[in-house]
Design a protein around this ligand. Sequence first.
Ligand SMILES: C[S@@+](CC[C@H](N)C(=O)[O-])C[C@H]1O[C@@H](n2cnc3c(N)ncnc32)[C@H](O)[C@@H]1O
Ligand code: SF4
Length: 385
Amino acid sequence: MQSLYVHIPHCLQKCHYCDFATVLNTEAPDFKDYFECLKKELRSHSQSKAPLRSLYFGGGTPSLVPLNILEDFINYTHNLGYLIDSKTEITLEINPGTLDHSELISYLKMGINRFSLGVQSFNNDYLEKIGRLHTSQSSIESLKIMGELNVNISVDLLYSLPNQSLEDIHKDLQEFKKFPISHISPYYLTLPKSHFLNEDRKEETDEMEDLIHDELTKGSFNRYEVSNYALAGFESQHNQVYWDHLNYLGIGVGAHSFNPEYAQFGIRFWNSKNIKKYMTVNHDSLGEFKDRPKASYEILKVHEALTDLCHTGLRQIQGFVIEDRFQKFNLETQNELKVRLNQLKKEAYIQHQNNHWSLSPKGLKWANKVFEALYFGPHYLNTTT
Ligand SMILES: C[S@@+](CC[C@H](N)C(=O)[O-])C[C@H]1O[C@@H](n2cnc3c(N)ncnc32)[C@H](O)[C@@H]1O
Ligand code: SF4
């Protein structure tokens, strides 16, 4: 296995826009009980005894986990055979206001070497409107603590918030420049159609994206994925595993996993998003697909694997080489793919340079249209492998 994701659902509040598997801390299971379940689940899967490329604690709010429980879990993971060495990228998601200097020193001692801070915005009015518990001051304090200890900092920025102007986004980007940040993920606020936060959102998405792109690349940041910018050498190893369809295991409530070696095109499997169900399931049996409910795994069919590989390949700015990425597919399928890519190239959505197919500047703006054109339906099933 390449990577391990551990989901910590505990949150101090429920932000208005968030659809992740989260539970209010006051109603959530005790961390000790939750981590016992995580350990059982981890044990139920076969261990590769190879060093992990990445270990990612995501949430929810992993920075709420008591230090001794987190350290014990990291040691347990290693001793079980999910080996952690000096090259393993270990990320912890942190909410502003939940970090102090001595905690950060403890995290470093236990081997955590990447910290992802959910800043979202430095504007207190917007933070309040979207239901965040922290203020911009808490973000600044967390960034200062991290900067003092010279750690590897990643930040999340949310844009297209209600009433948010280009000027506001510009201010957020200027504030980031004051800190030694190595990775930035700007996320367009995604909401269901009827969500109350949709009111008062400005229709300037293109301009916002251009502004973010120009400001970040004017400095030393490279855009290496549609929503991710990094200084050279600071690209997220963990996300790379997802985008390259490599093997990852996700444990905890609502966590997803993928094993590309299973059957011809791999298997995806996931846990219940319901905390009560997750806590009461037989964790020892989660590693066995035959014991899982049918609705919790999916053996990929050729058209699904093809569609996924196209989409995640093109989300990466460097794109892909067909012969490398689509080795598992027969020539007929590869040719069909080339026909569609060539058509998109004619329309200037795609470029083909040094044998790499990638989104052109126009394609980056119209990525959804490109992904639609590279959707392969089930008719592919019986005609090709
Ligand atoms: C699920 S959160 C977990 C991290 C941490 N709890 C936090 O909120 O900062 C991870 C990131 O997902 C992004 N996110 C969550 N809901 C989103 C939405 N509806 N649209 C866009 N991004 C979202 C936020 O930027 C957030 O930092
Ligand atoms: S703190 Fe993060 S995970 Fe928790 S509800 Fe807010 S956005 Fe979701």
